[in-house]
Design a protein around this ligand. Structure first.
Ligand SMILES: *[C@@H]1O[C@H](CO)[C@@H](O)[C@H](O)[C@H]1NC(C)=O
Ligand SMILES: *[C@@H]1O[C@H](CO)[C@@H](O)[C@H](O)[C@H]1NC(C)=O
Ligand SMILES: *[C@@H]1O[C@H](CO)[C@@H](O)[C@H](O)[C@H]1NC(C)=O
Ligand SMILES: *[C@@H]1O[C@H](CO)[C@@H](O)[C@H](O)[C@H]1NC(C)=O
Ligand SMILES: *[C@@H]1O[C@H](CO)[C@@H](O)[C@H](O)[C@H]1NC(C)=O
Length: 522
């Protein structure tokens, strides 16, 4: 009897869940992140399906092989996402200011895909067939919320392969003061310490985003659902607000400090791979080539070498030539390497063993665009960084590098042979950078809780208590901007003090009148 009871208890606690992971796919880092979530959940004993919406059909990976069913959904025509500025010209200065093209491409992508998804009824059938206990949806697209509502799946949780983006902070009523919380996706040099002009720009941008741009993203999709299912179909904003939890790819040590609510769980680092500790012979030889060590240079996988102007390449080569005691391993997928042929310390390679290299003590510096994965890998390996952010959250990550003291930031618009040489020189000769990098590595390693465990525990908990999200909702999630910023209170106070002032004024005036009368009489 006792035994049976224990078995019953066990069954109760490791009840296997049926989970859907919904991924709109803008780029490979997103699929790697959601794929890892699938892997972790399957390894914890749950059944997981994955629905991939191919914004970027060039990314073929599913991120996982452990999902029970994987469905990929694409358009019959070209995806508008592939024409977005940062995809086509990564080296252009796209500041994501309100009047940029980026929101236009984003909106176009959102509406075209959502339209196709709603029209294709077999997609909804596929979702219903799964009989899911809960769903994890990408933070970058709300169309799924409409489909989950139709399929009656609850609770909905969110994952973001980046930091908490403004969109979700604003929807969930989480403080995002323009004075010190930069928009992590706005690539314009703002960190958490801003000048007055930067603060003004941050406030203007956030207000515009909040009032106009972000609502427009949901609006284009709302209209699709309302056209098909009638005007009473709930707005995607309302559905999205009811999400129970948001898992973000950030870590307290690898972000700029900001407030959160209980709806946010940080699971940064789940995609991090262990170094195998084994370098290929090719890299072994290259690392031993120069006596002071090596520099690793990579702009990641999204920005193709050919999309970067040759002029910029030449500047890099000339700057590297100023450090003949160091080997430079350059991840270079272009064909023309002629311009660097005279510099014997530069090795262009098509593919690098990034983690193994960064974990090798002979590597003294990592020159990187600081995509989130590169930031994580350099931080966990204790390697100093020269950050040259290209787009989106990379600028934010560059500020993290600077504020942890593990490296420097150089804007792509400021790249010259002199500025590059100077920055490289500083990091290689000033020990504070490598010391801080080693210290950060240690702090990360000994962090008291583990991201994977956080993810599993919360998904299991939230899936079993379906209204948990309502309990922890901030009231601010339901407030208008006017009410949120105490506009109503100021309004009342203003009129109260105005009335008081008027009353005092009238009394004084009356006494004045009395006084005058008295004087007249005398
Ligand atoms: C991704 O999943 C689909 C559907 O299961 C499958 O056809 C395809 O081969 C997978 N792609 C890769 C790269 O494994
Ligand atoms: C672990 O730490 C992160 C970051 O502070 C936090 O978001 C998460 O809730 C913690 N997990 C647990 C289980 O306490
Ligand atoms: C390499 O050096 C040679 C000899 O100094 C010079 O003629 C040639 O133009 C150089 N090539 C490049 C690509 O700079
Ligand atoms: C090294 O860099 C740190 C941080 O930028 C700076 O405070 C310090 O003065 C530098 N030391 C030297 C010797 O330049
Ligand atoms: C927020 O507002 C919506 C409709 O505007 C309402 O349905 C919901 O109950 C409100 N939530 C809270 C917590 O007040």
């Amino acid at each position: 009897m006792k035994k049976l009871f224990i078995i019953f208890l066990c069954i109760h606690f490791i009840h296997s869940l049926n989970i859907l992971v919904y991924q709109t796919l803008p780029g490979s880092s997103h699929i790697a992140f959601s794929g890892k979530i699938v892997d972790i959940l399957v390894q914890a004993g749950h059944t997981v399906d994955k629905l991939i919406i191919e914004w970027n059909p060039n990314v073929l990976s599913n991120g996982t092989t452990l999902a029970r069913r994987i469905k990929r959904f694409g358009l019959n025509t070209n995806s508008p996402w592939l024409s977005a500025t940062h995809v086509v010209k990564p080296f252009d200065n796209v500041y994501y200011h309100p009047f940029d093209d980026e929101p236009v491409f984003y909106r176009k992508t959102l509406s075209q895909f959502c339209e196709a998804m709603v029209e294709d009824e077999s997609l909804l059938e596929w979702i219903k067939e799964g009989k899911y206990d809960s769903v994890l949806s990408s933070a970058y697209d709300a169309c799924g919320h409409g489909l989950f509502h139709l399929a009656e799946i609850k609770p909905v949780m969110i994952y973001s392969p980046t930091n908490l983006i403004d969109h979700w902070a604003l929807m969930l009523g989480i403080p995002a003061m323009a004075s010190y919380v930069p928009n992590p996706l706005r690539n314009n040099g703002q960190g958490d310490k801003m000048s007055l002009t930067q603060k003004i720009s941050a406030l203007a941008d956030r207000t515009y985003q909040q009032q106009i741009v972000l609502p427009s993203y949901h609006e284009v999709q709302n209209s699709i659902f309302q056209r098909k299912f009638g005007p009473s179909f709930p707005s995607l904003t309302e559905l999205a607000k009811q999400s129970s939890m948001v898992f973000v790819n950030s870590h307290p040590l690898l972000e700029l400090g900001r407030p959160y609510s209980h709806k946010i769980q940080q699971i940064g680092g789940i995609t991090l791979k262990e170094s195998s500790g084994k370098l290929s012979n090719e890299f072994e030889e290259i690392l031993n080539d120069r006596y002071k060590g090596a520099i690793v240079f990579s702009f990641g996988s999204l920005a193709k070498t050919d999309q970067i102007p040759i002029k910029i390449h030449e500047i890099f080569a000339k700057a590297f030539n100023n450090f003949p005691q160091y080997t430079v391993i350059w991840k270079f997928d272009g064909e023309n390497t002629e311009f660097m042929s005279n510099y014997s310390n530069i090795y262009p390679v098509k593919w690098i063993q990034q983690i193994e290299l960064l974990n090798d003590p002979r590597v003294k510096l990592f020159i990187s665009h600081t995509g989130l994965n590169s930031l994580l890998e350099s931080a966990h390996s204790g390697t100093p960084v020269l950050s040259i952010p290209l787009f989106l959250d990379q600028n934010y990550n560059a500020h993290v590098v600077e504020s942890r003291g593990v490296g420097l930031k150089l804007l792509k618009s400021e790249i010259t042979v002199a500025s590059l040489t100077d920055a490289i020189q500083k990091i290689l000769t000033n020990e504070s950078f490598s010391e801080n990098a080693k210290n950060l590595q240690k702090m990360l390693k000994n962090f008291p809780n583990k991201s994977e465990k956080t993810l599993i525990n919360w998904i299991e908990y939230v899936s079993s208590f379906k209204d948990y999200g309502n309990h922890i909702q901030l009231q601010s999630a339901n407030m208008s901007t006017f009410e949120y910023f105490c506009g109503d209170i100021f309004f009342v106070l203003f009129f109260a003090s105005f009335s008081l002032f008027y009353l005092l004024y009238s009394i004084l005036k009356y006494f004045h009148f009395l006084l005058k009368q008295k004087l007249k009489i005398e």
